[in-house]
Ligand binder design. Structure first.
Ligand code: MN
Length: 293
């Protein structure tokens, strides 16, 4: 069920089931008809999966172009290695932000040992002036927090309620994790931006809409604040940004603009060219599928 053109300016779309490296995910973005929210172009929510379960994220070396990957955990630990030589364990409350630029490769391996697995992986499309640039990796062990009355927000990227993350953002963007307490919370928004809510735990009402895990609520531009109401504790991601302007071409692990460019990246990965470097990992390199055009 898709709500389109609703008078409250909110479109709620169900996530679809997908799988990443053996882990089932709820893919909240993209969907047919909506490729981006600001520059956010990919949103996977995985877990919670108990520590006793076999499903964990084990993603062997694979390439990216034209995007940033954002890794955010609520439970569990994941080891990131990449072709820049980075080797970084990420824990709940920390941010891994990888900028692919013209090309990078990485692997992600959930660490075994008594913890469950719960989190989100997101992609940000890079603008034309940096998407062909050098790759980079940032780990933020500490992120700024801001009280919103009935909630505590951790600012991953961009700025919320006057508090800014130092994470790199190449376009006007916000990404925040909001822990909502029972009651009412008001979060300020940028009126010229579009926003999205992805509930990670519990349930939150926005106006007449009750939002739960397994969907993405898109909020049209023109909104100066977001009113969240909860009867029990809940947790959500707030994503937003200036409308991206162009529709990126997303295929496999690549974000580009043209088929030629994406097909070239695919060939470079398959041929093992220097563009994507090499990644230290005990996991197997992931081959690219054939391009469908
Ligand atoms: Mn990746």
């Amino acid at each position: 069920m898709v709500d389109e053109g609703q008078p409250d300016g909110i479109e709620v779309h169900p996530s679809h089931a997908a799988e990443v490296g053996g882990l089932p995910v709820r893919r909240a973005l993209p969907w047919h008809g909506r490729r981006t929210v600001g520059a956010w172009c990919f949103v996977d929510h995985f877990g919670p999966v108990g520590a006793d379960r076999a499903e964990t994220m084990q993603v062997g070396p694979h390439p990216h172009i034209g995007l940033q990957t954002v890794t955010w955990l609520l439970e569990g630990e994941v080891l990131h290695t990449d072709s820049l030589g980075s080797e970084q364990l990420i824990r709940p409350g920390q941010l891994n932000l990888m900028t692919a630029g013209a090309g990078i490769a990485h692997a992600e391996s959930a660490q075994q040992g008594g913890t469950g697995s719960h989190g989100a992986q997101l992609w940000v499309a890079l603008p034309d002036d940096t998407r062909g640039g050098p790759p980079a990796f940032e780990h933020h062990a500490e992120l700024p927090r801001v009280e919103l009355g009935g909630a505590t927000a951790t600012v991953l990227v961009g700025e919320l309620a006057g508090v800014r993350s130092t994470a790199r953002a190449d376009t006007p963007l916000v990404g925040a994790d909001i822990v909502v307490r029972p009651g009412r919370t008001v979060a300020p928004l940028q009126a010229g931006w579009e926003h999205a809510i992805v509930v990670l735990r519990g349930a939150v009402a926005v106006g007449e809409r009750l939002l739960e895990p397994g969907s993405l609520a898109h909020l049209d531009v023109g909104r100066e604040e977001l009113v969240l109401e909860a009867t029990d504790a809940a947790r959500l991601l707030l994503l937003g940004g200036a409308p991206f302007g162009v529709e990126p071409l997303i295929w496999w692990n690549f974000v580009g603009r043209t088929r030629d460019e994406v097909a070239r990246a695919r060939d470079d990965w398959q041929a093992g060219r220097e563009r994507f470097g090499s990644v230290r990992s005990h996991l197997e390199r992931i081959p690219a599928p054939e391009v469908p055009w």
